[in-house]
Design a protein. Structure first.
Length: 592
């Protein structure tokens, strides 16, 4: 049995109705028709209270209701009679953890009962025992990903021979190994270097590790023929005693291949004129070395890594142990990450490989040397010039439009009358990001016209599953709430692409002004503001924003009754039409 939270109306209109939650969700309770639990009774406030659900945990927070919220007949929140609801919404409201059997009193006539159902096995501690979710690929248990779930070994046997571990198919970019070396030779020529000089440089680097190219090739020759001897007399004198165990031929071959991959990678970098960065240690993924730590956050770490075989650089994102310890988060992380392997667009960060290795869950993806838009804003003093901000957001909207319409396979879960689950795959159209923000737009370089890429699809969902997005009792603005429309807060599970479009408009607003569209303030309940307040017109933040462009942004940030702009393509088109001539010329290379 899966852990579950059940909220049942036990008194008032709708008594007997039950709401069941197996996944993380925020549920607003109140008289308003768009609340998750609607109690149409006059002593209930419009948005009376909030349930922050993450099975088996659930927390309750009053929203400054007129007639109070009660927990087991003890009042936990109510605004003073001389205060309006708007004034009370500015107060901080304490949150309370609920337990199985707790009763919530809403207003004067309504009561809800909380039931916490947990699996019949031993209580889950959250500690990870190192085992992997069923079907996840590792070295001992090869599996094939079928678009959303996993197929077992029988299906894998029917697939074409897999590419060896640790390699990335360069054929996707239409380049062959011969073309790479030809291109490398051309670059060498341009820099006035000779092939001999490049080989010399590579040999010098190899010798720093106590190897010479000649020794490596001579060793290979000895292994193959058994007739030739080492050229290096010192190596000849250092013979292994017969009583010591000898390396198996397969082990020697593997070591030899690894060393040759590194030498060839160094050689390629030397020929291309690149600067060789020394590794700081091996990565969890075989065939790659860690070069530098790019960032660290609530979900995990991101490392710059280099592939030994090609010398190419990638970004490697790994999950932190406290999140990898949550099975629900692990499963969601891998499922969402696997799905992004099918995304292939210039303005979406490419995922090359996902999986589990050396007790680490990871994603291998494009490296973006320019960092995030958040980083760029810091370098510019907190906000961006209109030309640069527009150049970035137009590309990000291209990426969103592609993702919202790309064909995918969705997993549909149907529940039987007796609690059983039946899963099937069906074709679906597009993905919803749910966590679009400046921090998830990455730049390929630090130039004035950088290529922008949307990143981190599915990360927020896995993060939430691990229980890291609960309410803040102090009412502080945390996470990505400022870039979330009220529709997503009220119904996150069924969020549609337009929530990403609203978030894109909010991100553009933030890039131009350095401020959020809504007035989030210290000590103010952020969820109340999110659901009840509207965005401040952008020219009230910064009057230098061109009026026609301001109208486009303000219209896109409308939320009632529906979001003002329902597609990324439409918002992109409206922005381009409203641009002043100078900004239009700056963005000419990306305007169709």
């Amino acid at each position: 049995m899966k852990e579950k939270i059940i909220i049942e109306i036990i008194k008032g209109e709708g008594a007997g109705q039950k709401y069941e939650y197996e996944d993380a969700e925020r549920v607003f309770v109140g008289r308003q028709s768009d609340c998750g639990i609607v109690l149409p009774e006059k002593t209930v406030s419009r948005y009376h209270c909030l349930l922050d659900i993450n099975p088996p945990t659930v927390k309750l927070q009053d929203f400054g209701s007129l007639n109070g919220t009660f927990l087991n007949d003890i009042k936990i929140g109510q605004r003073e009679r001389d205060k309006s609801w708007e004034e009370a919404s500015r107060d901080a409201h304490k949150e309370y953890e609920l337990h199985d059997g707790d009763v919530i009193g809403i207003g004067k006539k309504c009561k809800l009962k909380c039931t916490v159902e947990e699996p019949d096995i031993m209580a889950i501690s959250g500690a990870w025992d190192g085992t992997m979710p069923d079907g996840v690929e590792d070295e001992e248990n090869p599996a094939v990903y079928d678009g959303i779930g996993f197929m077992g070994n029988e299906a894998a046997a029917e697939e074409p021979e897999a590419v060896p571990e640790g390699t990335i198919e360069t054929a996707e970019k239409g380049r062959s190994e011969a073309a790479d070396w030809s291109k490398a030779a051309e670059k060498t020529s341009e820099k006035g270097q000779s092939e001999a000089a490049a080989w010399s440089e590579a040999t010098e680097k190899a010798s720093e590790k106590g190897q010479s190219e000649a020794a490596v090739w001579t060793e290979e020759s000895v292994e193959k023929t058994g007739k030739e001897q080492r050229v290096d007399s010192e190596a000849e004198s250092e013979k292994v005693p017969e009583e010591e165990p000898k390396e198996e031929p397969e082990q020697k071959d593997q070591k030899h291949d690894e060393e040759m991959d590194k030498i060839l990678g160094e050689l390629l970098i030397a020929i291309l004129g690149g600067k060789q960065e020394r590794p700081v240690g091996p990565s969890p993924v075989e065939g790659f070395d860690k070069i530098a730590l790019l960032g660290k956050g609530g979900m995990g770490e991101v490392w710059k890594v280099r592939e030994n075989k090609t010398g190419k650089l990638y970004a490697l994102k790994t999950m932190l142990p406290q999140i990898a310890g949550d099975k629900k988060a692990r499963d969601m992380f891998l499922r969402e990450a696997k799905l992004t392997e099918f995304l292939d667009h210039e303005n979406v960060v490419r995922t090359y490989k996902t999986g589990f290795s050396n007790n680490v869950y990871y994603i291998l993806m494009d490296i973006c040397e320019g960092g995030s838009v958040d980083d760029l804003m810091k370098r510019h003093g907190g906000k961006l010039p209109i030309n640069l901000a527009t150049f970035i957001i137009l590309q990000a909207l291209e990426g969103l439009e592609y993702v919202h319409n790309v064909p995918v396979q969705a997993e549909i879960v149907k529940r039987g009358l007796f609690g059983g689950r039946r899963e099937k795959l069906m074709d679906a159209k597009g993905l919803v990001h749910r966590d679009f923000k400046p921090g998830n737009i990455f730049l390929m370089d630090k130039s004035d016209h950088p290529v922008a890429k949307v990143a981190d699809f599915g990360m927020a969902k896995a993060f939430q599953a691990a229980g890291f997005t609960t309410m803040s009792s102090e009412g502080m603005v945390k996470g990505t709430v400022p870039f979330m429309p009220r529709q997503q807060a009220l119904d996150c599970r069924f969020a549609k692409p337009e929530v990403d479009v609203w978030a894109a408009a909010a991100s553009y607003y933030y890039m131009l002004t350095g401020q959020f569209p809504k007035n989030f303030r210290q000590g103010v309940n952020m969820w109340q503001i999110l659901v009840t307040e509207s965005a401040t017109p952008i020219r009230q933040r910064d009057s230098s924003v061109p009026e026609r462009l301001a109208q486009v942004i303000d219209r896109a940030l409308v939320e009632r009754p529906v979001i003002g702009c329902n597609s990324a393509a439409a918002l992109r088109y409206d922005i381009i039409r409203a641009l002043p001539e100078g900004s239009r010329n700056y963005c000419m290379d990306i305007i169709d």
